[in-house]
Ligand binder design. Sequence first.
Ligand code: ZN
Length: 707
Amino acid sequence: MIHAMSTARPRVLVTAALPYANGPIHFGHIAGNNLPADVFTRFQRLKGADVLSICGTDEHGVAITIAAKREGTTPQAIVDRYHGVIARILERMDIRYDNFSRTSRPINHEMAQRFFTDLLDGGFIEEKVEKQLYSVADGMFLADRYVLGTCPKCGHENARGDECPKCGAWLDPLTLIEPRSALSGDRPEVRETKNWYLRLQDFQPKLEAWIGAKTGWKENVLRFVQAMFKEGLRERAITRDLEWGVQVPVDGGDGKVLYVWFDAPIGYISASIEWAEAQGAPERWRDYWQSDDTRLVHFLGKDNIPFHCIVFPAMLMGQKEHYVLPDNVPANEFYNLEGRKLNTSAGWYIDVEGFLDKYPVDTLRYTLVATLPELRDTEFSWRDYQMRVNAELADTFGNLVTRVLKFAVSYFDGKVPEPGAFDASDEALLADVRACADEVAACYDGYTFRAGLERAMALAHTTNRYFNEKAPWKSRKTDLVQCATTIHVCIQAIRQLALLFHPIMPQTTERLVGMLGIDSPLGDVGWDAWAEASLPAGHVLGEPAGLFTKIDDDVIAAEIAALEAQAAAKTKGATMDAEKNVTANETTTDTTYEAPAIRETVSFDDFMKLDLRVGRVLAAEELKKSKKLLKLEIDLGVEKRQILAGMKGHYTPEQLVGTNVVVLANLAPRKMVGEESQGMVLAADAIDGAPLILRIDGEPPTGTTVH
Ligand SMILES: [Zn+2]
């Protein structure tokens, strides 16, 4: 075994949860684990730590095979495509790993089988013939995500066979209430099959002792784990009756693979081995994984807590070789979008690459860090994004930089001016500049990235206030020394801001370093050296330029409208999918829709009695007296009608005025909340009871009949 020469550099091993290679990653993945992992890694590197950062795609399991079935292709084709897609998104987000690997690679199959064999040899794995859910319609055992049902812990109706997306509970498919096949909707029956079980109970005392000694772990993580201990760990199946995955390396293992959650975390180790081989030092991964002075940190969302705090540590404890256990697992809560859960199959997501085509990556990194779900569920909203870009980045940080540097160019020959004696307010700001480097460092090191960002932004605010109070544009005419002192002090604050924001906004801060006329990139200088130094009088500054561009209201309004349109279009598509019996993938669980039975047949003549026609919405207003109703004025070509529609809160009047809708024109009028409704606007009864208006393809004349 080759060990690196012992140095004083702390060794840090960072992992971010492996995304399933069955679709692009979205803001939830990025805010949930990739971005905090990246900020942490960049910070630790600045602090001089020896960091190895690892991620990759999770390419096994039912999430992949369902995606393949849905698209009529092979699992291999799915993972090949989405590994590339996800790697590109991370690249464009400036999220860098030392190795972004794949769990389907031979090294991971080999390592996962070795882990299994070690556990088997140690007596930690037992073989059991047990009852499993079997679907006659699908002709297969329904492992994991192939089965949906009601969560026995929280009552969520679309829990998956292996875990509940709502409460994060780790489930057994047999415990699901009212189970159904995710493929056919078929109600499965219970049949016997042989599988291998990991005896987690054998590790409980060691796990409890290990976690019990931890300090600085997040409350949400500890609560979750303690509840599992209290319930008592028991054996869990770690094999599945599937074809796609890592073969079970024992006799009788044919047609069975390791559970995806068994081989996925081993992917961190395999990726490290791959990295070491690429470095030409094939044993170097052991420095990180097998030395107790390594600080191993797993970044992940709360749904991954049981696997990273219980199962994977138990697997590591059961190996013949020694492995380090995680130092911390700073799990995040969930990240939502505009008040709703992110859901790609329902169209409720923002395409990351599309976003980055229009807006600078650092503004997104900043906004996501500012809203990280560190303590509770949080969300991205377009208006919040606009506020952060315009008020915080452009007006506070960017404007400070521009004002000060342009002042130096105009009146001090583009140099850092020679200061006079510092007065109390100069000293106060300089003290703040020095203090905040340590304070922000403590936040980044302690996984409270939002607090670090807020502390840095507080320095920008303080500096702006100082600049305004000192009014150098006045002192320039009355007291040139004081003016020079003010600009000198402001430049030191700006220089420090570049450091504080660097892990969050690497590109912007390196640009700022250039504007300050500093040749070496900040990343090469290091946190402590930068924090302690300052820019001397006479230093020649670079060319000032704007750091951020503000975003107009109408741009944001258009983005919100586009998101809603995307969701409406997808929901329409999902209904069509439902007809083809393809209702499930990992994110459709919330939209899995049980279509009601077809109603009694009506005659053609009965249908022709309905007068359906194209109407144009002339006016719309929300009825104050009603929680649900919008009052619409609709032109039917032959006459105008007042129609009340239960769409308040789902459509705004502005979204409807000027659009074409389909109206049932000969419905008997009726009164609601004192107003008459003269017809009905047709809409699909969608998920959440949100109506989705029927739209017309093209622009037929108002009053055109519809059959
Ligand atoms: Zn639940």
